[in-house]
Design a protein around this ligand. Sequence first.
Ligand code: NAG
Ligand code: NAG
Ligand code: NAG
Length: 351
Amino acid sequence: MELCLWFNVILLTSVVSANKFCFPGCSCEIESFGLFDSFSLTKVDCSGVGNHIVPVSIPLDTSYLDLSYNKLEKINESVLSGPGYTTLVNLNLSYNRLVKISSTAFSKLRYLESLDLSHNQLEALPDQSFFYSPLVELDLSFNSLQEIQIGAFTSKSNGKAININLSNNLIKSISRRPDDPVPNIRNLDLSGNQLRSVHGLQGIPLQYLNLDRNPISKIEENNFLGLKGLTHLSLSQMENLGEIAPRSFQDLPALQILDFSSNQNLRILSKDVFLGLNSLQELNLLNSGVASLPKDTLQHLPSMKSITWGKNIHCVKTMKESQFHLQNGVVRREVLLCRDGQGAVSAQDVL
Ligand SMILES: *[C@@H]1O[C@H](CO)[C@@H](O)[C@H](O)[C@H]1NC(C)=O
Ligand SMILES: *[C@@H]1O[C@H](CO)[C@@H](O)[C@H](O)[C@H]1NC(C)=O
Ligand SMILES: *[C@@H]1O[C@H](CO)[C@@H](O)[C@H](O)[C@H]1NC(C)=O
C-alpha cells in the first residue's frame, strides 16, 4: 500500500522550474512528469513583448509557444523555424495584426497540433496553408476572412480529424474545387459570418456544424447533402431565417441535436421538414417564432427525447404504462411531458 502511494506521488508530481536559457522578454517553464521525470515539456510564453520578438529562438524541447499580443504583421517560414520549432505542438499567434500568411509559413512545424490565429486581420488563406502540420485544433475566429476555399485545409496526413473555428469573420462564400481532396474536418464553427446560403460543405465528414448568426433566409433541400456523420447542427439567432424547405435534413441520418433557438422570424415548421431525422434526440426552439408543431411530428422522430420551446418550456418524452387492456397486459405509450418555470404545461399547446 505504502509503496503504491509512493509510486503515485512520483508519477503525479510535476516539477515546474525556470529555464536559464530563455529568450529575453519571454518566460520559460519546464514541466516534468512521469516516473523519474522521464517526460518534460517546455512552455515558452512570449506574449506582449512586442514585434521585435521574432524570430525568437526557443529551447529544443519546446512544446508550447505563446506569441500572442505582439503586434506581429507578418510571419513566414524563416520566422517559424529553427531547432525548437520542429517539435512544437502548440502555437499561439492570437491578438496580433496578421493580415496575410504565406502558404509555407507553417511548413516547418511538422508536429503542430494546435494553432491559434484568432483576433488578427487575416483576409485570405492561401491554398494548403496548413499542409505539413498534423493540426487538430485551428482557431481562425475574429479575423476578416471573406472567402473560404476548402482546399486551404487540405493536409498531408489527412488521417487526423481537425476542428476549425471560423466564427466572427466576414465569410460570404465557401467553395471546394472538384479536384481538391475532401479535408477531414470534424467540428466547424461558422457562426457570426455573412453567409446567405449553405454550399461547399458536401461530403466533409463533419460531426458538428454551427451556422448561427448568418444572414441565411432559407434552408434549401440540398443544403446538407452528404453530411452523413453530422450529429449536432446549430442554426440559431438567424434574424433573416423565415423558411425551411421540406426534406432539408433528410440526408442527416446521424443528427442528434438540432438547434433553431432565437429564430424569431421562423414561424412554421411543416412535418416534412423532419423527414429522415431518425436519430434526432433534442430539438431546441427556445425563443423562436414557431408556436406549434404539426400533430404527428413525433412519429417522424423516433429517437426524440426532448424539445425546448417558447420562453422556457421544456418537454421530455416519457414512456407511460397503463393496465387498461387486460388481455394485452401492460400497454406502453409515449407521451410528452412539458414544464415551464412555474410547473406542468399541457403538451397539447406544443403539438
Ligand atoms: C520573413 O519575415 C521576416 C520578418 O518579417 C523578414 O525579415 C524576412 O525577410 C522574411 N523572409 C522571407 C523569406 O520572406
Ligand atoms: C492564446 O492566447 C490567448 C491570449 O492569451 C488566450 O486567450 C487563448 O486561450 C490562447 N489559445 C490557446 C489555444 O491556448
Ligand atoms: C469558436 O470561437 C468563438 C469565439 O472565441 C467561441 O465563442 C466558440 O465557442 C468557438 N467554437 C467552438 C466550437 O469551440
